[in-house]
Design a protein. Structure first.
Length: 264
């Protein structure tokens, strides 16, 4: 967006924390509004300054960068609130997607709100929404659980809790634990339709559909790299109620091959 094209738009508000969604894979995921905020803010608070630096250089944006991640969030949060009180405009970004969704951001937002500072979301790409809407599973009710705990006992307990929920379950998982997760789903929800969305919006975006057992076989035949969004059909709405497989299974009417959308 050129300076001329943004001339008629309202200026950024001093003392505002802007939560800017960034691309989750494809650089075209960025919005015009996000680019304008990044250009007009005073400072960019980034989960990884090197990663965000590449993004800003690609769009020819030069702004001071401050790191904000798990191990310095307490100190940085206090600093950011001070900057906001002095009237600075801060753009908060993570490496990919919307700040605060399984990424840093929630703590500084809560502190800014508590301090009476203005917070504004600049919406854009979000892996859980992209995965859910294209999964073929129900979207009228869903439950996002992010990443499961690392310890086996905690994971099993969490999955047992989530298995009772009626809406579509959405999880994030790394390529290093995706096979393990399929085994855990075989124990917790063996008959549920599952959709795996991998490398969303990137060149090798891939969708796998099947039961946990079917997907476990696919992953053993050809292990996949990249982050996964895992979507699992929810429990029946009422105890004893059965839902026809054709209503829940996003493969209904398609080939039985779980890999219905090969990499592009």
């Amino acid at each position: 967006m050129s300076l001329e094209s943004s001339a008629g738009l309202p200026p950024l508000v001093p003392g505002t924390l802007y939560l800017v969604a960034t691309p989750i894979g494809n650089l075209e995921d960025i919005t015009l509004r996000a680019l304008r905020v990044l250009r007009e803010c005073d400072v960019v608070a980034a989960e990884d300054t090197r990663h965000t630096g590449h993004l800003l250089r690609h769009f020819e944006i030069g702004k001071p960068l401050l790191s904000y991640f798990k191990f310095n969030e307490a100190k940085r949060t206090e600093e950011f609130v001070g900057r906001l009180r002095r009237g600075e405009k801060i753009a908060l970004v993570t490496d990919a997607g919307s700040p605060g969704i399984s990424d840093p951001g929630q703590r500084v937002v809560a502190a800014a709100v508590a301090a009476g500072c203005r917070v504004e979301a600049i919406p854009g790409a979000c892996a859980l929404v992209a995965g859910l809407t294209a999964s073929g599973l129900p979207t009228d009710e869903f439950h996002f659980a992010g990443f499961l705990p690392h310890k086996s006992g905690q994971r099993a307990n969490r999955l047992a809790e989530l298995a009772a929920l009626p809406g579509t379950l959405v999880l994030y998982e790394s390529p290093f634990r995706i096979e393990r997760l399929m085994g855990e789903l075989q124990n917790a929800m063996p008959a549920r339709p599952v959709v795996l969305a991998r490398e969303l919006t990137k060149k090798f975006e891939e969708w796998l559909r099947g039961t946990p057992a079917e997907l476990a076989v696919q992953l053993k035949i050809r292990p996949r790299k990249g982050e996964f969004v895992v979507l699992v059909a929810g429990a029946p709405a009422r105890k004893g109620e059965s839902t026809a497989e054709s209503e829940l299974d996003p493969r209904a009417g398609e080939s039985a091959d779980p890999e219905v959308c090969p990499p592009s």
